[in-house]
Design a protein around this ligand. Sequence first.
Ligand SMILES: NC(=O)c1ccc[n+]([C@@H]2O[C@H](COP(=O)([O-])OP(=O)(O)OC[C@H]3O[C@@H](n4cnc5c(N)ncnc54)[C@H](O)[C@@H]3O)[C@@H](O)[C@H]2O)c1
Length: 244
Amino acid sequence: MKKVGLIGCGAIGTVLAEAIEHKIVICDELVIFDLDQSKAQKLKNSMNFPVKIAETLEELLSAKTKVIVEAAGQRAVQEYYSKLLASEAELIFMSTGALLNLNLADPRIHFPAGAIGGLDALASASLAGIKEITLTSRKNPKALAKTNKEESIVYEGYAEEAAKQFPREMNVAATLALTVKPVKVKVCVVSDPAVTRNTHEIQVKWQYGEMQLRFANDPHPDNPHTSALAAWSAIKLLQKLIEN
Ligand SMILES: NC(=O)c1ccc[n+]([C@@H]2O[C@H](COP(=O)([O-])OP(=O)(O)OC[C@H]3O[C@@H](n4cnc5c(N)ncnc54)[C@H](O)[C@@H]3O)[C@@H](O)[C@H]2O)c1
């Protein structure tokens, strides 16, 4: 029996569960855990698919799911990391900001490209040598919990600090940093009332050329901090791991 475990039944968790219900990911049971039990109950009630609610992380782990997807937050990763690693499951982490200071040597640790893409090209270029990589993220103030009426730069610095200052919004910066490390990723975050989409522009100068990558993502309707693409990238990775 193939089971999937899910930590966090918010925006990403719900899209992922629906993909399982619609057989985009083929498994027999979904085991869900959320600190807020009402979120887990709401998700279970909405699903026409076998869903079991775990009341604790330990209960989720004892279900021996093939894959566990974390879609809960950086603090959840910090708190659960060693227990998750002690399980036998393949692990997908969405809150990549929390991975920056952790040992990721275990091949069962995975993170999807999330709200961006092109990590294959970046990883390839980083082998030859990246000279400079810059991420400019432009979001509506609502998506950054800001209230500015004019365009405003709200952060300039490096990815590690961006992921700390914007733990919900700057996992993209962390994902880039994890992909090209030890190269430092420069980050600029712009709060712009004129935009509705979460836009990420990545400029790279490397040993043998340049790259420009641009993503303009619709925010998730239930959670403007999150782009729909992030959930779909988790679904794609889950599909691959569950089929193996
Ligand atoms: N990698 C990326 O590109 C990317 C993109 C978007 C979001 N994210 C990250 O993915 C995570 C999930 O995003 P979301 O939009 O679904 O968030 P969300 O706020 O909609 O949902 C999070 C859910 O997790 C639950 N939760 C919080 N702490 C928990 C804990 N310790 N244990 C169990 N459950 C807990 C909450 O009750 C909530 O239901 C966030 O950390 C977000 O920053 C990553």
